[in-house]
Design a protein around this ligand. Structure first.
Ligand code: AHR
Length: 506
């Protein structure tokens, strides 16, 4: 094998520490994500609050560190007060974002209790669509103020004595999108977000706030939206949000496999825009990015909310966008995570959308099993093994031409070095749909023992896991490579995701 790709790793070439918040997920009141997903009181594994134990266990295994809630488009019409207090007194509402009946059986206290039991950090979004600063501040007071006010005492009466102490707050969701309830211009949203941020910080100065960036990088206002919103909010927020969803279009596998190159460009464009605003404001502050919705989503298969009718009263939540994921989708998801890691110096938070059933790594059957989709393993293995410092890999590899994303590197690499445990993890994606890629990886100075070599490659089919065949498409083990002269050589299968792990011999 003559290597045609070369990767050089050096422990002193660093991007920065791995932000543990990069391994976040997202729970929205949409389809069967909450009801029938994390929550199903009649399920044999349900706890006293009605949350499924099997889903909680799988979420732990996934390694989700942050959970964003309650939306998404849902939050832009949400009245948080409907979801607290005795469950039998909570109203059923028409939910307009996804045309559903919202029973409010899961609300703020239930979600935050579940996140606590999971051991993940909650990231709450406030409604800046149909509501405003007042309601956002009231929700913050309900969650975080210790006691002695009507709202904090209401939380205590509802069963939570200690403050929930939520640190991360999104100022609305996708407010640039005409589909959003209460959609706004950048000037309108910028002013509202600034006022809300000021009000919320008065209540709790230490919270972290996320301003809405563009809904995706193909929005006509991408860039201009961020610039105008940040003119209003730069000194008041900590992060600006990004969202991106990818799918294979018309059998164009090469472009789909290059999705992470598009994510790289989106991140770099938002960093440049934020820094330009900071420079104009002569600010010393540097904003970080919250990529709080990303995934593979076959949007072309979704009829869209406008084509749907409201369900009948009393009906169970209808399945929405329950995409079945193939090995190819798993490779792309793995590669998107590498893009996030490569930008660990500026991307502080990321949430895969969503956690259960709705474009999700975990699927459930009512009353039945829960299983891992193909995209579960690359996420879980990256969350588990990407620790310590992200190394800046020097990569020499062929370039591929794609229809949607122009020229991209055939080989994507991210590596992490955990000096405490002495573990080195090298994640690689061969983006070519057909060509095997022989590669050499030159390891950092020192002596390294290979401990694991795992991966997944597209088999060119849409085969997916299911209740009957839960392990049909999983990441599998491969033979360990041999270290010779401080390097390993291996063949990366076409359209594949790989992780190689090494232990330092001390
Ligand atoms: O994750 C599904 C939807 O995608 C979210 O509700 C919205 O924010 C985005 O457009």
């Amino acid at each position: 094998m003559t290597p045609i790709a070369d990767v050089v790793l050096d422990s002193s070439f660093r991007v920065g520490p791995v932000p543990r918040r990069l391994f976040g997920s997202f729970v929205e009141h949409m389809g069967r994500c909450v009801y029938g997903g994390i929550h199903e009181p009649e399920h044999p594994t349900a706890d006293e609050d009605g949350f499924r134990g099997d889903v909680l266990e799988l979420t732990r295994e996934l390694g989700a560190t942050v959970i964003r809630y309650p939306g998404g488009n849902f939050v832009s019409g949400y009245r948080w007060e409907d979801g607290v207090g005795p469950r039998n007194e909570r109203p059923v509402r028409l939910e307009r974002a996804w045309k559903a009946l919202e029973t409010n059986q899961v609300g703020t206290d239930e979600f935050l209790g579940w996140a606590r039991r999971l051991g993940a950090e909650p990231m709450m979004a406030v409604n800046l669509g149909t509501r405003g600063m007042q309601e956002a501040c009231e929700l913050l007071e309900y969650c975080n103020f210790p006691s002695g006010t009507a709202l904090s005492d209401l939380r205590i009466k509802n069963g939570t004595r200690e403050p929930h102490d939520v640190r991360l707050w999104c100022l609305g969701n996708e407010m640039d999108g005409p589909w959003q309830m209460g959609h706004k211009s950048a000037a309108e949203y910028g002013r509202l977000a600034a006022e809300t941020a000021r009000g919320m910080r008065r209540l709790d100065p230490d919270i972290e706030l996320v301003a809405c960036g563009s809904s995706h990088s193909r929005m006509a206002t991408f860039g201009a939206w961020e610039a105008e919103v940040l003119e209003h909010t730069y000194e008041l927020v900590d992060h600006v949000s990004l969202h991106a969803y990818y799918q294979e279009h018309d059998g164009d596998t090469a472009s789909f496999l290059a999705s992470a190159a598009d994510m790289d460009r989106q991140i770099e464009a938002v960093v440049a825009t934020a820094d330009a605003v900071g420079a104009r404001l002569r600010s010393r502050k540097k904003l970080t990015l919250s990529f709080d919705e990303w995934n593979v989503w076959y949007q072309s298969r979704f009829v869209g909310e406008n084509a749907m009718a409201f369900p009948e009263a009393g009906s169970t939540p209808r399945p929405l966008i329950e995409d079945n994921y193939s090995a190819l989708d798993a490779v792309v998801v793995g590669d998107l995570m590498l893009s996030l890691l490569r930008h660990a110096d500026r991307v502080a938070i990321a949430c895969q959308a969503q956690l259960v059933n709705v474009i999700a790594p975990i699927r459930t059957e009512p009353g039945g099993p829960a299983w891992r989709q193909s995209i579960f393993d690359p996420f879980a293995l990256t969350a588990r093994h990407a620790r310590g410092q992200v190394l800046r890999a020097a990569v020499t590899a062929p370039v591929l031409s794609t229809k949607r994303h122009d020229d991209v590197d055939q080989l994507a690499v991210s590596a992490t070095l955990d000096e405490e445990s002495g573990e080195l993890a090298v994640f690689m994606v061969n983006r070519s749909p057909q060509e095997v890629l022989p590669a050499r990886v030159r390891l950092p100075r020192g002596s390294w023992r290979p401990v694991a070599h795992e991966g997944i490659a597209s088999d060119g089919t849409t085969r997916a896991n299911s209740a009957g065949e839960p392990d049909a498409v999983r990441v599998g083990g491969r033979p360990l490579p041999t270290v010779a002269d401080g390097s390993v050589e291996l063949e990366l299968p076409a359209a594949s995701w790989t992780v190689l792990r090494f232990a330092a011999e001390r």
